[in-house]
Design a binder for this molecule. Sequence first.
Ligand code: F6R
Length: 612
Amino acid sequence: MCGIVGYIGSKQAYPILINGLKRLEYRGYDSAGVALLDDGIKLYKTKGKVADLEEYVKNKDITGTTGIAHTRWATHGEPNNVNAHPHLSESGDIAVIHNGIIENYDILKEKLKKLGIKFVSQTDTEVLVQLIEYVQKMEKVDLVTAVQLALSQVIGAYAIVIISKADPDLLIAARKGSPLVVGIGEDEFFLASDASPIVEYTREVVYLDDEEIAIMRRGEKLQIKTIRNQEKTPFVEKLEMDLNHLEKEGFDHFMLKEIFEQPKSIRDSIRGRLNLNKDRISMAGIIDFEKEFLNAGRITFIAAGTSWHAAKVGEYLIEELVRIPVEVEYASEFRYRNPIIDKTDIVIAVSQSGETADTLAAMQLAKSKGALVYSICNVVGSSIARAADAGSYTHAGPEIGVASTKAFTAQVTVLTLMALGLAQKKGTITKERFDHLVNELDMIPAKVEETLKISEQVKEISKIFTYSRNFLYLGRGYNFPVALEGALKLKEISYIHAEGYPAAEMKHGPIALIDKKMPVVVIAPDSVIYDKVVSNIQEIKARKGKVIAIVTKGDTVVAGLSDYVFEVPHTDELLSPLISVIPLQLLAYYVAVMRDCEIDQPRNLAKSVTVE
Ligand code: F6R
């Protein structure tokens, strides 16, 4: 949450910073600000989005070859002009941007106030910049040392970038728990919360580790030290990122573009893992720990939101195919409930961003209890990917829309490959079943492509439900997590209350909600429990609910009972979530469009949840 960008070099900083903020706006969009440094610090910040900041700085002096910029997702203090970043020290000589939370900010603030330091905002960030200035003055040290000393007093998570009027050739950055990437250009440095603002200028990057400080001095080489002043050798990596992923490419919204990218992102997630003869699956991360996986007493997934839903599909797949017991835990619960975990456990963190604070903390807890910790992440080089013992990347490409779509199907694809690969190794699947499932998986990208053709039909039906106040989503077996996911998508972007339920649970409570105004989305593709779902639909119709059904092409029974029907291609039930989720993503998208909602940046949300 919060996007941060920095630049020092020979170019004008402002255009680089503003473009960077636009790339990072998915991380927060309550307010935005920029500080530019030449003779002094020029500070511009405002409530609202990056576009509001651009408007605000029109006709103002935006020169400077060093600068920092920030787009905020408010934690401490309401989103307004004063609480917007960057924040200045009392003298106005030091400016800081910050992503994260300083947990002991109130104790530090009280101390500083007693020393006569005045505060203007309600943020924890201002405490940090005041502390740095105070330490620098009192200890009579250089800025790097002051940052080190100040950070050693801080409890919490941060990624910060600092500039000082006294040293216009210096940019300092530090991280703990929140991501920060340094881009190395020709006599210039870039800094950002992720690589997307950097990739068009340089492909050489260094991902900072926790408690590291990057010291970027104009004309000099990158220097990295720890908070305890240990020198580190920068580990330079090459960025592989397709710039097209960062543009809307003619789509009205990133979310729609990302929905339509799914045939490719699923294909990319399969590529290289399924051999040409389709008789073997190899996943690098698993090969290294094959013995541990095959002998695991239990697999526990930790995740949040959409990634939790993908993990739930993973539970069904692994238990059915590999016969290893699986638990799926909300990372936020797991981390605080003293779970029983030991060396025989494998804990798998599933995360698109690879930065979710709860998931990261839950993995650290699992590690401390001796479990092997694996990750399934989309963002290369992210904190979760780096903290794991091993892992697999989903190859969905950057996901910009806040509502997760292609990341979900890529996660389910990787989990399917994992389950099939382990089942083959463990001998818990017959050759016929393996061959069948692998062939079906290989056909999924084409079937998703075919499913996307119902987009116009979904759009038409969305018009009927634009003003519904509630939705119920029902699914069973592999499509129960899809029901949860469909409801989450609708809630997030259209602000309509929606609940996902296992279809048969409906009669234990939610059935009371059903009347002629209640749309009920029933996911009812071919499955072993198809007949049971038919009975559930009859129960809804008996109470005059409006049924929108997702059915397999050619279905007549459910289609005959339902008010509206979306037909999807046939696949094996185990793979059906990869297809049945598509109409639900489209439904959420079009309902939100009809309601004139902010699709890619829904209110109160941010894509990368780096706070608890
Ligand atoms: C839903 C959504 C969120 C995320 C959740 C976990 O559309 O985007 O629910 O799925 O915040 O995020 P990651 O996967 O980045 O750990």
